[in-house]
Write a protein that binds this ligand. Structure first.
Ligand SMILES: Cc1cc2nc3c(=O)[nH]c(=O)nc-3n(C[C@H](O)[C@H](O)[C@H](O)COP(=O)(O)OP(=O)(O)OC[C@H]3O[C@@H](n4cnc5c(N)ncnc54)[C@H](O)[C@@H]3O)c2cc1C
Length: 463
């Protein structure tokens, strides 16, 4: 049941967009009370679907005048409560703003925020191009949501995160003013990089209405391998060595033994070795790819790998199916247990074995079931405590576990969130991670959004 706020009069929306694109119906508003996270739902007072920058501008100007909160929304697939309308008010859904204009010669595209990642890549494929961060929720996540959360995924280790590809943004500020920041070029040293301020700002500073993004060519050759190890230390040390030697894999995914066991239970026809596992992927346009694969194999063997199952392009789906099955396998593992929270830490690559060991120790000490997977190549690790969410003590232990892991992550020089963003769940770690830089973030927020209407209750700590 969604929480309710005191309520805001959002009748003004009907004067800005046609009736069919505003919803006041409670059953419809319920759909936008929560994103894909386990955080508490809050009911918005209205949902609006603008089609143009002018409509976004008019909605924000009117909401700002009345002090009505506005939470941008695109695919609603956030995992930290980023898109939950925590203070009620308007959910401003940009999913209908999905135009795409490709400039193949410049390796860039100008897109609306609502275009879905997989749909964009399907269209780019006709030009031999792709937008490469490689998000796992690509069937629902939009480019607007990816920019706002600075999302990335299994290919970020080679191609970078969303931020690395954003060249120019059109943004509507809370008072309705429209600005353009950045340029549609590969580099610029002109002025403060405002586009970087909006990337990762989770809709707390304005609404992205258009983005020019850099693209890459589709690689001609791909290879993958499923590699097993006798211990977490062996698997994670192999990752640290591979990256330390300067190999440039396109993906390095780590799956702990618990995850592999759950995947085997989930799919009867699958029988993976129940050991810590790495999925490696390499991309190249030349035969040099074979040397990279052999080099990686040597490192894995030096770290006592117990199995190496190679796959060429035609067989890669089989290898990747294991990774794709992880989340559904967690959910199917025990109908009594649910996801208490979703960990998303990143540590310097040399500290990866340390943080994996911390997670194993803490889950044992707190008697929790915590399967882990991670984009290990860039030091990113996701841990998922599974608990009976009606058992308050178990939920409290899951949060205690999260606190311990993040405390160690920060000691190791890491970050509390690698790709999911701060949303509601990571606010309490902001001061520990950023120190007095949080005060400057607060000053920037107040300067751009003095009435505090943009996605209140997110990113900055409550203090
Ligand atoms: C099964 C699953 C797998 C996932 N895998 C990954 C993964 O591999 N990597 C990863 O990074 N994330 C992953 N996620 C999380 C999520 O998909 C990403 O955070 C994604 O970027 C959210 O995009 P969205 O379009 O759904 O945005 P939403 O959830 O709608 O919004 C995200 C944030 O952006 C703001 N926003 C939305 N549109 C705009 C706009 N036009 N202007 C300004 N702000 C806006 C919202 O207010 C919110 O704060 C996964 C989620 C699920 C459910």
């Amino acid at each position: 049941m969604a929480q309710r706020t005191a309520g805001h009069d959002c009748g003004f929306l009907a004067d800005i967009v046609p009736e069919a694109r505003v919803d006041f119906e409670e059953s419809r508003r319920e759909e936008f009370a929560v994103d894909a996270s386990p955080h508490d739902p809050t009911l918005p007072d209205a949902v609006v679907w603008p089609h143009t920058t002018e409509e976004v501008s008019a909605v924000l100007a009117a909401a700002n005048e009345r002090g009505v909160p506005v939470t941008p929304w695109s695919g609603g697939s956030s995992l930290e409560g980023n898109a939950i309308p925590a203070a009620g008010g308007v959910v401003l859904n940009t999913v209908k703003m999905d135009d795409v204009s490709v400039s193949p010669a410049d390796l860039q595209a100008t897109v609306g925020p609502g275009i879905v990642y997989d749909d964009l890549n399907e269209r780019l494929g006709t030009y031999g191009l792709r937008f490469p961060p490689g998000i796992s929720s690509g069937d629902v996540a939009t480019i607007g949501g990816m920019i706002a959360n600075n999302a990335s995924g299994f290919n970020a280790v080679k191609y970078g995160e969303t931020r690395d590809h954003v060249r120019q943004l059109e943004v509507v500020l809370p008072d309705g003013e429209v600005i353009r920041c950045g340029r549609g070029v590969v580099k610029t040293s002109s002025g403060y990089s405002l586009k970087d301020l909006f990337v990762g700002s989770e809709g707390t500073l304005g609404v992205v209405t258009e983005a020019t993004i850099g693209l890459t060519g589709i690689p001609e050759r791909k290879r993958a391998a499923l590699v097993t190890f006798p211990s977490d230390v062996a698997a994670t040390s192999a990752v640290s060595e591979m990256m330390g030697f300067g190999l440039e894999p396109a993906a390095v995914e780590y799956l702990d033994t618990l995850t592999v066991e759950m995947i085997n239970d989930y799919r009867e026809e699958v029988s993976l070795r129940e050991e810590p596992t790495l999925i490696l992927e390499f991309h190249d346009n030349t035969s040099g790819i074979e040397e990279d694969v052999e080099f990686a194999r040597g490192i894995c063997e030096d770290n006592d790998a117990t199995g190496w199952e190679a796959a060429d392009e035609g067989e890669m789906d089989r290898v990747w199916q294991a990774r794709r099955d992880a989340l559904p396998a967690y959910r199917a593992h025990d109908p009594e247990l649910e996801t208490a929270l979703l960990g998303d830490i990143v540590v310097p690559i040399s500290a990866y074995p340390d943080i994996v060991a911390t997670i194993k120790d803490a889950s044992e000490a707190l008697d929790l079931v915590v399967p882990c997977v991670g984009h290990a190549g860039d030091g990113n690790l996701h841990f998922t405590p599974l608990v009976d969410t009606d058992d308050d003590a178990a939920v409290a232990r899951a949060h205690e576990f999260n606190d311990r892991v993040i405390e160690r992550t920060l000691e190791l020089g890491g970050t509390a969130t690698g790709e999911h963003g701060v949303g509601v769940g990571k606010r309490k770690f902001m001061r520990a991670e950023h120190g007095n830089a949080v005060d400057l973030m607060g000053t920037i927020k107040d300067a751009i959004d003095p009435n505090g209407i943009m996605n209140p209750g997110k990113v900055l700590p409550e203090e």
